[in-house]
Design a protein. Sequence first.
Lengths: 241, 289
Amino acid sequence: MDSLLNFSNAELHYDHVHALRGVSLNINEGETVALIGANGAGKTSILRAITGLHPISSGQVHYKGERIDGMPPHKLVEMGIAMVPEGRRVFPFMSVKDNLLMGAFSRSDSKQEVKATLDSVLTRFPRLKERYKQAAGTLSGGEQQMMVIGRALMAKPTLLLLDEPSLGIAPKLVQDIARSIVAINRDEKVSVLLVEQNSRMALRISHRAYAMTTGEVVLQGDSKDLLQDDRVKALYLGGEI
Amino acid sequence: MEQVIANGLYLGAQYALIALGLTLIFALMNVLNFAHGQMYVLGGFVTYVIYGQLGLPFVVALIASAITLAAVGALIEIYLFRPVIRKSHREESTMLLAAAIAFFLDAVILLLFGEKQRGVPKILDGVLNWDFRIIMPYDRIAIGVLAILIIAAFILYMQYSKTGRAMRALAQDRVAAQLMGVQVDRYSMIGFAIGAMLAGVVGGLLVTITGVNSGIGGPISIKAFMMVMIGGAGVVSGAIAGGFILGMAESVGLTVFSGYGDVTYLIIFASLMVFLAIRPQGLMGKPWG
């Protein structure tokens, strides 16, 4: 498998906070990679660095063989990196339709092709079709989560970054969302980087995983192995398994 | 009665256009543009020069007002607001900058056009007289209708164009909009240009009715801020509602209180204070952020 995204030795600072301390990680084409760890471990910082929302202070990020650290967000979207941000961040006063169309904002292909993607998103999430003209702010948390995943898919991404998609969602819907992440990775050949505090779910649906604490990667490996790993159990899964 | 409503609608349409520009800039950039009234005055003088002095068609003059102010707005955003926003996260920095721009434009306008009240020839002659219930000069009707058409065009543009959608997205969630590929700098510039353009267009429209003088920038800004307070900052529907409410209040006040001297705005100010104490976010405003 070829490397799609490579993070090497990245450091990231917010004013006085040292959020990433020499993080290296790799995502191969077609993979779903989970990034687990407690609040404040630096998971979101990695996503912010990949999308260009916050620059890394040293190290390198490569995507499809090209160095991308320092590039602005709009360039990276055009290159096929789409992100579902934490807390969903819908455009609350815009209709579901307009939210989805915003997802295709950076695409330069024809209206027909955008329409085709729109149809496939609506087929994947039929609930969105029912709520099509409704303002996004009036949807339930689970519906909003589906919508923002759909919004990211509208960009026809090669790499999909998901930040805490299970946060604040009813447990029953978490299952649905997990299933759709698996389906997106399988059907659309989209590589996925999944950031989750719900480590069990993340490890179940990913191929490989990295575990972080306080700005560093402390464990990595195949997800099915990590699910059985005593250290992971102790750190993130509690004693339940 | 009909007369009061007709006057209110005419005034309201102009006011709504002014407020739309102000609220668009606020929604996109979180900037309170204290120089909005000065932009209106500048638009008025451009139309005065091109239509009134050079004798070119009014439409040409109006378009020139629009283009001039769009350019002025874009330049102000690129060279003044953008660097300040980049360096300072404090809101008062942009407010003080906006106030400085207002003073600067006041001085430039005074220097270029003098302190005299300027008027232009009527764009249409004649008066509509509907059974003595509504008496209104044709030029006022034309200007009112034009203003309403521009409001409609603005709404359609914001609702259905890709640029309009991007600006709405930017106003509603800056980070998410960036993640969709919206360039904040570029769309802030476009938004500021459109906001300034709307102010300039109203200046161009109203110079044909009330004329223009270099001192009215401040009072126009105050009215614009009142409309946004009434309707709610950063909301298109709020700006329109605020514009028509203020226009109507002014029209009704001038009729009802005509016997008591110049008290209309005193009463409007007092009511506005009470209203804001009860509903600080305005009619349509968001109570948060």
